[in-house]
Design a protein around this ligand. Sequence first.
Ligand SMILES: Cc1ncc(COP(=O)(O)O)c(C=O)c1O
Length: 412
Amino acid sequence: MNAFDRPASDRAVQISHRARQLPASPIRKLVPLAEAAESRGIEVHRLNIGQPDFATPPEMLAAYQNFKDKVLAYGSTEGLPALRKAVAEYYSARGGPIGPEHVRVTVGGSEAIQFALSAIADPGDNVLVLEPYYANWDGFAAGAGVILRPVPTSAQDGFHLPKDEVLDAMAGSRTRGIISTSPSNPTGTIYTLEEMERLASFAKRHGLFLISDEVYREFAYDGRKVTSALSLPSIAEQVIVADSVSKRFSACGARVGFVISRNQEVCDAFTRMGHARLCPATVDQLAALAGYQVLDRFFDNLVDVYRARRDALVDALEKVTGVTCVRPEGAFYCMVTLPVEDTEHFASWLLSDFSWNNETVMLAPGRGFYVSPGRGHQEVRMTFLRPAPVLARCAQIIEAGIEAYKRAGYGD
Ligand SMILES: Cc1ncc(COP(=O)(O)O)c(C=O)c1O
């Protein structure tokens, strides 16, 4: 018997209930099928993921080249002081006075969300989320033992905020907060100033935190304005903003985000949480700092390019029989309803059984963006992060896919 053989009498180890229950992300779970299609020589248009295709600012990339320290040392838990100052200035221009003491640098917006959830809710508490919502919240909530309680929104209302009565009915004795993402992933909806004020009144009435995920703030179309939750004075101490450089600077691999709050107790808790992981990555923070120095120049024309891409995709989809979608107001996602019973099966089938001129598309099945049973089965989330002609072709591929799917006997 070698040292790795174990006697039959040993009890088998078991992974946690939490780990077993954790759902796979709808955004990434079909990757193995996409890779298999690519290995068969098929071009897969990956409209499943929010990975911008425009170049990261060269000033950010230069920060990596220019790092000359002899030792790549730990930095401060709260983040580089110069970066916290730059972010404070950015928010002061958008949401009223914010100081570096209100800002903590995190490992991506993802860690910002985890910190925010853990700071406001204990295991078994619940947090309201406007549904459909960014699917990775499921993983964050599971990690913190927090229950997400869905507040449904509908395509008919453009996924806008439901009436106050609907919100009020959702707040219970263990509700600790509400999550708002505007502009939204996955719908692109932007809450108006009036809606943000209604969220503030709701949070005040029920003594809740408002976690405002603002990672898509710059991506607003047709002259719409994005209201930062930091500009709502009535709930100044109840707001926690999660933010990131990922989408803003086409720098998803930098893994730099921020969590911002005027509530000192919350900020102190973030610092203690941060102690456990020591510090965010030093050189990535230097790159992020360089990004904030060129922000305005970087966004010259960019929003117009995205608006044109959105229109190319939505206009082409609207021509496909049985397909409907709400034209997104911001971000770079849209929820699209397809004339099939189960988009989970259809999206897998597009990768494993279908191609059109040797091309296919990868979509994110809608079900994973809902927690309410039965919702999202006919929807997919699509991104418009490719040139307009490619997106128009993707709509044609989907049209051909729907027809072939029905011919294959799956029907609607
Ligand atoms: C709404 C939203 N919040 C947060 C994140 C996480 O961003 P990061 O890459 O900074 O972790 C994403 C990523 O797609 C997102 O869509």
